[in-house]
Design a protein around this ligand. Structure first.
Ligand SMILES: [Zn+2]
Length: 324
């Protein structure tokens, strides 16, 4: 009963996508909202790592990947991993696939969004509509856009597990990326795009990778959202430096430039009230369109980003030696 309802939803989303396929560049509002609603429904039971609810969320995302045309590596999107926590070993499963680029560059980009959440809290289901059904829905919108208009570079998509227990899925993916990690010029990480009373959309990362700043500005923002670059250095305060606050942190540790799009903390953060019904739909769709546009711009300029990233990295390596 549950699975068939799930399958029907995937089927309907796929049909709807086919009908709307001609409108490339434009986010399909209904599909994006449906993805966020389904992933944050009680059926997913809070999507805690290792639970049946997380498995149902993966089944939905894998169905959406397949209907969009995201290709698995081998026969499955699943990339299982294990991690240690509090002395015990745990299992997680990332979902990873790609849309191939039309060019011959080896440089790639990876779009990430974690699908896991906290399961139950305070005796209730914590549905995690904002955190992070919204980011997964936005990632699927980027995939649909690239499927309709193929990118120049290979674009990887990763729905990551076990973010809530310390970026474990992202850490596992960085350690076991399907192509050499040095060929990943950029990680765009999406975490919490569904709720914002002031319509503020932070984009973090340019403090560490200054060559991203102008490009993030040029990628622009879609109203009613407005963009704030920052939240990526000590000057934003103890709670305001988000360098390691979500999965992009694992990429940053490996020297991969990142842009993290995600809203500030709010009253529903990690609460049972983080539900689809209280989301800010216009903001979410605008934020989703913003990240679709950004992914498009960064695909176009990815070889330049890679060159600037390599130049900056060699400068970092040589500087200490020069001072001694
Ligand atoms: Zn999150």
């Amino acid at each position: 009963m549950r699975i068939s309802a799930l399958a029907l939803t995937v089927f309907l989303a796929a049909c709807s996508h086919t009908m709307a396929g001609a409108q490339s560049g434009q986010v399909d509002r209904e599909i994006a909202l449906t993805d966020m609603r389904v992933l944050s429904s009680d059926e997913m039971d809070g999507r805690q790592t290792g639970t049946d609810g997380a498995a149902r969320a993966r089944a939905y995302i894998a169905g959406r990947f397949a209907s969009i045309g995201v290709q698995p590596v081998g026969t499955s999107y699943d990339r299982p991993f294990t991690y240690e926590r509090r002395g015990d070993s745990h299992d997680g499963i990332n979902l990873v696939g790609l849309i191939e680029g039309s060019g011959d560059s080896d440089t790639v980009m990876v779009i990430t969004a974690h699908y896991d959440h906290m399961g139950h809290c305070g005796g209730e289901i914590c549905n995690g509509a904002d955190d992070n059904a919204s980011g997964v829905a936005a990632m699927l919108a980027i995939a649909a856009d690239f499927a309709a208009n193929p990118p120049l570079h290979d674009i990887w998509f990763a729905a990551l597990d076990a973010e809530e227990v310390g970026l474990r899925g992202a850490t596992a993916l960085v350690a076991d990326f399907p192509v050499p990690i040095d060929s990943v010029a950029l990680n765009i990480n999406l975490d919490m795009l569904g709720y914002q009373e002031e319509n503020e959309l932070p984009a973090a990362g340019a403090f560490h990778y200054p060559f991203l700043r102008d490009r993030i500005d040029r990628a622009g923002v879609v109203e009613p959202a407005h963009l704030i670059q920052g939240y990526d250095s000590p000057e934003w305060g103890e709670q305001g430096d988000w360098t390691y606050s979500s999965d992009h942190g694992a990429f940053h540790r490996a020297g991969v430039p990142f842009i993290y799009y995600g809203v500030d903390f709010h009253q529903h953060y990690h609460q049972p009230t983080d539900e689809y019904e209280v989301m800010h739909y216009d903001f979410f769709v605008a934020a989703t369109q913003t990240v679709v546009n950004a992914a498009r711009l960064f695909d176009t300029e990815l070889d330049a980003v890679q060159a600037e990233r390599e130049a900056a990295a060699s400068e970092r390596v040589t500087k200490p030696g020069m001072g001694q």
